[in-house]
Design a binder for this molecule. Structure first.
Ligand SMILES: C[S@@+](CC[C@H](N)C(=O)[O-])C[C@H]1O[C@@H](n2cnc3c(N)ncnc32)[C@H](O)[C@@H]1O
Length: 280
């Protein structure tokens, strides 16, 4: 037991099912983040890539296209429904495998990987230092890590606006403690770098990027997404929100997202950290 059982339950339950249901919308929304990870990782034909917390596999599939049939991508996630979904999604890509694995404690295949990548799959570890050390064991000497994580909620309107609206409409809610597992678990880059430096990694760095989050259905589409798989899901479930409350939230958040709508498309600026390191 590694302390990640709650996360396994959460993502294997209705939350994970919703990610699968809204996969296409979510993948478009976060496409700029996937592109930033792949650009930084720069996999080459024939290389072996490990995707951590792969979800429905968007980054795995992008990596698979680049490494080609002579390479290999292992999509890993603590939640079994995601591994099944990736297998289904990548059925025409023989170079993609899928494994149910808690990154903090998994035993990896014997053949080492050239790199480990992740889009937002590394912020939920009970013990991040142990998890980074364990992921390092999957890499060849000189193998790299390239992980995207959210910056602070204050710097991310997609998180800040729904959070403030929930406070206003329901009740002010306690903020998660800093440096604890959750979407903003690695928002403090200094602390996150300390966790990475605790293992035998070299060239440990954080780069902070601003990228747009995209929704073809504009501000209203982004507000809906925040209710389906985004920041409003947990608070609305906790208070068993009525349809009236949800409608009020939707209207208010749509209004607040409107300044980010350009020609009908939402382009919400996001601050993310790209963490990189190398196995010594
Ligand atoms: C925010 S989702 C991101 C999914 C995917 N990377 C994407 O960008 O679409 C976080 C993912 O991390 C996975 N996860 C959480 N804790 C994990 C752990 N200890 N080991 C492996 N995966 C984990 C969850 O099951 C979930 O799929």
């Amino acid at each position: 037991m590694t302390g990640n059982a709650d996360e396994a339950d959460f993502w294997s339950g209705p939350a994970g099912a919703k990610w699968i249901e809204y996969e296409a919308e979510q993948d478009h929304f976060l496409s700029t983040v996937a592109a930033a990870v792949i650009e930084k990782a720069a996999p080459k034909a024939g290389e072996r890539v490990l995707d951590i917390g792969c979800g429905t596999g968007a980054v795995s599939i992008l990596a698979a296209d680049v490494v080609g049939p002579g390479g290999h991508v292992l999509a890993t996630d603590i939640a079994a429904p995601f591994a099944s979904r990736v297998k289904e999604r990548a059925r025409t890509l023989p170079q993609v495998g899928a494994l149910v694995a808690d990154a903090q404690s998994a035993s990896w295949p014997d053949e080492p990987f050239d790199m480990a990548v992740s889009r937002f799959g590394v912020m939920f570890f009970a013990d991040p230092a142990a998890a980074f050390a364990n992921i390092a064991l999957a890499l060849r000497p000189g193998g790299r890590m390239i992980f995207a994580a959210w910056g602070r909620a204050e710097d991310n309107p997609y998180w800040r606006i729904p959070r403030d609206m929930v406070d206003q409409l329901i009740a002010p809610r306690p903020r998660p403690l800093p440096n604890t597992p959750g979407p903003m678990g690695l928002a403090n880059a200094d602390w996150a770098l300390e966790q990475m430096r605790a293992s035998e990694l070299s060239d440990v760095r954080a780069e902070t990027l601003e990228v747009p989050l995209l929704h073809a259905a504009g501000a209203a589409g982004a507000a809906d997404l925040s209710l389906r798989i985004g920041p409003a899901v947990r608070p609305m479930a906790e208070v068993e929100a009525t349809p009236e409350l949800i409608a009020e939230y939707r209207e208010a958040v749509t209004r607040a997202f409107l300044p980010y709508e350009v020609d009908g498309e939402a382009r919400i600026p996001a601050t993310i950290h790209l963490y990189t390191a190398r196995r010594a």
